[in-house]
Design a protein around this ligand. Structure first.
Ligand SMILES: [Zn+2]
Length: 317
């Protein structure tokens, strides 16, 4: 229950520091802490709130889920401490830079890189350009891009597929439009674990599914994706978030909290619209409801308030 403890023990000074430096460090070399989620399953939790990365060690090789060019070297180092088996599969939950750009670090193992077809499209349309721009930029946040290449998926799929590796089953599902134009999840029944990508964020305001300046997240679709996952009633002890600490053993409560977040927050924004507030006023005056008030990253909140506002105005959802 280390992560649950972390939730209650996070010192206030640490939070203040984290908030001050988060925007600058988000893409820089953040420290990753390895959390054992289940037997053979490890999540590298980004201590500054940027993206997490998970790997599963088997006798036949390693499967890696989500990599960021700025931190994937730490994922590889953690793997090498546990096994000399090759990384044979690489998957990204969606095409955002903090989840789909770290393949370069695993190039020597030549993993099969699996993504949904919508991710492949987005990576070709936007991701490659963004990577090239960041690589050419002098912005210190993107220093990790210099001298590296964007590795693109080698397999694209729609619907679902199943990987059998080292005695484990990896049920990979394209969950449809929600956080991004389509996040995939990975369910490992033998380990009672499901890797959620950014469909689940814990203790932090959700990201808006941004890639190369395009904001993909749709609140109502995201709620519906979470509903569909919950309706499966899967025997899962731990849903691993794309950002934020892993709540070991909290199970479906994390998904309920994520769904409730969207319903409650959207409701609050709707009340402010009804009271005649502009988007700027809402971003200025919004008070985060109790229960979500300890969530990290006011920047992400401000951005997401714009999505709530625009989507309510556009279609009432
Ligand atoms: Zn993310």
């Amino acid at each position: 229950m280390a992560a649950v403890l972390l939730r209650s023990m996070l010192p206030l000074a640490g939070i203040a520091l984290w908030l001050n430096f988060w925007p600058v460090w988000a893409h820089a070399q953040a420290r990753m802490e390895s959390v054992k989620v289940a037997e053979d399953v490890y999540t590298m939790v980004n201590s500054e709130g940027s993206s997490n990365s998970t790997f599963v060690v088997t006798e036949e090789g390693v499967l890696v889920f989500d990599t960021h060019i700025a931190t994937a070297d730490q994922t590889l180092a953690a793997i090498r401490k546990l096994t000399d088996k090759k990384v044979v599969y690489l998957l990204s939950s969606h095409s955002a830079g903090d989840h789909a750009t770290g393949g370069w670090h695993f190039r020597e193992d030549k993993p099969v890189y699996i993504a949904t077809k919508n991710q492949v499209r987005d990576l070709y349309l936007y991701g490659a350009k963004e990577f090239a721009e960041r690589k050419a930029s002098n912005d210190p946040r993107y220093a990790a891009h210099i001298g590296k290449e964007l590795i693109l998926p080698t397999v694209g799929f729609d619907g679902s597929l199943t990987i059998y590796l080292g005695g484990l089953t990896f049920q990979v599902t394209a969950e449809g439009y929600g956080h991004s134009s389509g996040d995939l999840t990975v369910y490992v029944p033998q380990r009672r674990v499901m890797l959620m990508g950014d469909l689940l964020n814990t203790e932090i305001h959700p990201g808006q599914g941004e890639m190369a300046g395009v904001y993909f997240s749709q609140v109502q679709s995201w709620i519906e994706v979470l509903d569909r996952i919950m309706q499966r009633n899967l025997p899962v002890d731990t849903y691993v978030p794309g950002h934020g600490p892993v709540h070991l053993g909290r199970g479906v409560e994390d998904l309920k909290e994520q769904k409730n977040y969207f319903v409650v927050m959207r409701g609050e924004v709707a009340k402010m619209i009804q009271a005649g507030k502009s988007l700027e006023q809402i971003q200025e005056e919004f008070e985060v409801p109790q229960g979500f008030s300890p969530y990290q990253s006011p920047d992400r909140l401000k951005n997401f308030l714009r999505l709530f506002y625009n989507q309510l105005i556009e279609k009432g959802l």
